[in-house]
Design a binder for this molecule. Sequence first.
Ligand code: SAH
Ligand code: SF4
Ligand code: F3S
Length: 449
Amino acid sequence: MVFLHPYVKRMKLFIETFGCQMNFSDSEVVASVMNDQGYELCGSAAEADLVFINTCSIRENAEQRVRKRLRELKGLKKKHPGLRIGILGCMAERLREQLFDEEPLVDLIAGPDSYRKLPEMLQELDEGRRTAQVLLSEEETYADLEPVRYGSNKISAYISIMRGCQNFCSYCVVPYTRGRERSRDPESIVKEAERLVAEGYREVTLLGQNVNSYQWQQGDSVILFPELLTRVAAVSDQLRVRFATSHPKDLSDELIDVIAATPNICNHIHLPVQSGSDAVLKRMNRRYTRAWYLGRIAAIREKIPDAGLSTDLIAGFCGETEEDHRLTLDLMEQCRFDFAFMFAYSQRPGTRAAEKLEDDVPDMVKKGRLHEIITLQQRLSHTGNRKDVGKTFEVLVEGTSRKSPDQMFGRNGQNKVIVFPSGKHKPGDYVEVKVVKCTSATLIGEALE
Ligand code: SAH
Ligand code: SF4
Ligand code: F3S
């Protein structure tokens, strides 16, 4: 902690985050490091002395968005020459010093495991040196840093439980930008959950690239994900517990049993499948087959009949034939996903697919297949939502609907958004809501109490 002289003006920091939820969580850690240095967060780049852009490299267009943002900041830096700009996150890690050459307005480059070094790097900048810190760590989990939850609704928070990934799916940059898998001390995770409950939070999502390979050695015993989940759920029965993301190859029966048996662990599993074709899954190095995936879904449906299911899908991966694509559509129909994140394959430099496989599905074909996948998913979501009409769910209220202020919104355990007329309810309340109608994206209900 740094105690500032009352006459010292606090410097203003604006953090802009792209990419996945893990990046948003990391930005909260960065806010904590910078807060200790006397920086306060502000609401726009125009007011800031320092702008951090926390970047994503997952697809080419993710990087293009960051480049575009940097072009927009050029004008601001001209007007305000003292403004400093730092690039953090996966793109910083992937491109390193090259970014200094390509983007002259960048003052500092820090990869995902270097955020403790930010104060030092700013000091060096004061002395006239631009620095890049991109060393990946095998231990860093930022377990002892208390995130500043600046974007939060004060109801729902994310807790990072592990970092990195070493699955090396052939299309994916994450193992290169985030380094080896490492888990965080369970005590610090449980403490963070307790602190959040004491502050009035009602929902936590345990985060990692592959949460079900969570592993913590404690003396002679090893704590695995189902046990961690149980410990966090035991913090309070008023706390809902979610988690993301699970890899199908590691989704154990034990985990399904724990979800089924624990009322405050939400009945929602996000299980990215990527493709429904064994030939494609093999080239992707996903290390499961279509039959294995369908078997996991069957096990979930048997033990948790009302489970919400969602997935990620990639259209047009290297060598994907029309028949492979049909198999993906067929798998989607069989699994009846409630929701999906759907992408066209984007080749990423340095990955195994970029080095060993030909990106041979023409753009138009990729887009056409993606469109078919999206259209099918909309139909599946709508059908799934229609089945919920007439049912009653426990909804955790998150806030007032932006579209109509006389409506509240929240989610059920399955992670579906439900909108209902506001009565005496406030954010953080659990309310029984009966669904009366729906769209393909939203359930519309009435509060029963
Ligand atoms: N760790 C998670 C997800 C990580 S990235 C998992 O393994 O499922 C989120 C999603 O982005 C992936 O599930 C995948 O569908 C998509 N994705 C990753 N790399 C991609 C690429 N090169 N092109 C298109 N989509 C990609
Ligand atoms: Fe990427 Fe695969 Fe790791 Fe997910 S599991 S982050 S898709 S390498
Ligand atoms: Fe993007 Fe890095 Fe997340 S590449 S998806 S920000 S781990």
